[in-house]
Unconditional design. Sequence first.
Length: 377
Amino acid sequence: MSESTHRKKNPSGGCGSEENLSPVENGKKAFSNKKELVLASEEELVSFVKSAHEPSYRAKQIYEWVALKRVCDPDKMTNLSVSLREKLKEAFACCTVKVAETRSAQDGSCKLLLTLADGESVECAIIVARDGRNTFCLSTQVGCPVRCSFCASGEHGLVRNLSAGEIIGEYLACCSIIGKSPDNVVIMGIGEPLLNYDNLVCALEKICDPEGMKLSARRVTISTSGWTPGIRSLAKLGRQWNLAVSLHAPDDKTRASLIPGKFRRDIRDILEACKMHREATGRLLTFEYVLLKDVNDSKEFASRLVKVAKEADAKVNLIPYNEANGGFSRPDREKVNAFAAVLERAGIPVTVRVEKGFEADAACGQLRSSAEKRRKK
Ligand code: SAH
Ligand code: SF4
């Protein structure tokens, strides 16, 4: 199925939609009433330069800085006059995301702690594979309302949704570090992306705009804890983004001990929503499965997972638990391998997530948790 056949109008309205599909309160407001520069269309820039009494070709220059050169700081837009740069800063919210801290692994992967205009913080990461390909891992919320018992991101619930501009800001911050666009983007940082649906879709539409930042939609994977209303909305939207569902257990009872009830959906409902997504987009499905010692890591669980993965025609990505909250521990390597072997023998494509060897506190959500603790001291 080609991308162009799916470039129909976003039924949720996309950027600037009145109706927000997300069932969580965007409690705290992002920052200012100004339009974010990274979201401005060429038409909006044309009317801006007109009001600034500048020639209309300036609009194209500004658009190109952001979309093609991936620069959102007016001070770096060297072909604009200083006065136009100042007017741009007055008219639009620019550089709403700043890199506060980086933690590097030996293979070149790095985690970034980002501060937002209101002082909140999130993380994102650049993961470098053995073949040198870069994957950006982006966050969608400050905190997370789902509050899975093993996850640092959800420990204190949701603070606020990230705006679409902030999600793009994370992407641009990563681009500026590696000096180019990534090979892949995974929405697997802090937050439940489908509970910030409109802003997520708006940001990804911009990042994947064939006239703009040009990342192929097929290189994007959205990871969800299984929020089926959001999976169905993605299916209706029909974009070529890949879907990853954090299953963590082959049965609802075990899942319920890991994911609290408010945003948890039954496995049956998840399978139906995934089927709808597959039929609408043709994209592959991955189940993510955090392996927790003596909770969901036995061969018996693996055999039951085989049945669910077969029914969904899904790959499985095993994630040995990273030390966080909840009093869980990581199974040893033999147990992880034995679990993977059961899936492999049954013909399920399986990968085991490799540790990146970041320094302390660099697992998902932990850089932010440590920064928050320091802030509150
Ligand atoms: N909220 C989304 C995406 C972000 S989390 C989701 O849950 O899918 C990305 C992945 O990291 C999820 O599969 C999540 O379960 C996993 N994860 C969270 N905390 C973890 C931990 N302490 N150890 C290992 N994996 C973890
Ligand atoms: Fe939220 Fe995902 Fe963490 Fe669960 S695992 S608390 S959904 S970020």
